[in-house]
Write a protein that binds this ligand. Sequence first.
Ligand code: ATP
Ligand code: MG
Length: 406
Amino acid sequence: MITFNGVTKRYADGTVAVDNLSLEVPTGEITVFVGPSGCGKTTSLRMINRMIDASEGQILLDGVDVKTIDPPTLRRGIGYVIQQAGLFPHRKIVDNVATVPVLLGWDKKKARDRAMELLERVGLDLKMADRYPFQLSGGQQQRVGVARALAADPPVLLMDEPFSAVDPIVRTSLQEELLRLQAELNKTIVFVTHDIDEAVKLGDRVAVLRVGGHLAQLDDPATLLARPADDFVREFLGRDRGIRRLSFVSDEGVRLRTDLLVPVSADTASARAIGEPWLAVVDEEKRPLGWAAVKDLPESGTLADAELAPYGTFVSGRDSLRAALDATLLSPSGNAVAVDGAGRAVGAATREALDEALTKVTGSVGIAESAGDAESDGGPARGAGSTGSTDGPARGADGVAGGVDG
Ligand SMILES: Nc1ncnc2c1ncn2[C@@H]1O[C@H](COP(=O)(O)OP(=O)(O)OP(=O)(O)O)[C@@H](O)[C@H]1O
Ligand SMILES: [Mg+2]
């Protein structure tokens, strides 16, 4: 755990970059510092590994004041990743990653093996190992930066806007890679960004700072989105707060209907007899094929003869309410298909079912976001965005088509 205890940083010219900051960064979690430019994020981060010394207050690493630890020793246990990776331009990728192990006196082969293992782990083609940094894309360099920071297996990682310089698609994949790595490694991570979407996606907890280095709010992302502490935080969170918050609410409250699932082998007469306007047609393995509009069904034959419209899916019990809602918006039926981890349909979520689930959520926020009582949403799919809603391939309809992820 890292503890900030009344930490203030006053630069030589009198600038107060961080003002009486007190907070805890729990072990094994990602804590994000977010806030506008100049609010003291980098200063706060660098005081942890003593690249900058605090003017007042203490920073404790597992209870030990960092001021009592000499900086080289301190930094051996703290990986550091910065924007644009900061790789050594004249060293090959593998040697960049092996830097700290070599400094620690590992033998060359062991350091190199470790570097190769890490390059693979962060998702880089091992062919890159013998290249120089300028021969890699920005996103690839950033992955090397992460690998280098992890090389000596430090318990703590400090990341200062590590993904800011890459395009949005690469950025998303780097974020997902970090979450995947963190699920295996459980590092104590302090991650700095000025991007609130990145903050709520990555953070177990998010510290919002305002200029002058004041802590405006420290909360988990769902609470932050539901109950911003003041106007500054509310404004900083930006638009679509309500929708974004649904990313942190489990889909488990959505009532599923199995009577709307019909096998493709069913005849159209029995399908009509169900008395519903839309039916989700599934194959022998219960994989969704599309929605059939009952009024357009052929007089005779089976559902294999029906025109099928596109469908959206969400993974039942794993995805967020946002993913479920998104899936309903991808179907002309207005309903979503709930699938299991293997992509088999387990039920259909109607708009009414979504509406009921959403009502529970708004009820739990009590709309008035200043209300102080704790909320009890189910464990959500982590991360912003719709994690599993995908467009199903649809026969007889153009437009949305893609694969169901499993
Ligand atoms: N060496 C320095 N001397 C004087 N003032 C400084 C120094 N370094 C930073 N500052 C000031 O301290 C404040 C906080 O800077 P810091 O770099 O911590 O901000 P930041 O939140 O990381 O900003 P950004 O998002 O732009 O990276 C700013 O007003 C900055 O100008
Ligand atoms: Mg900064």
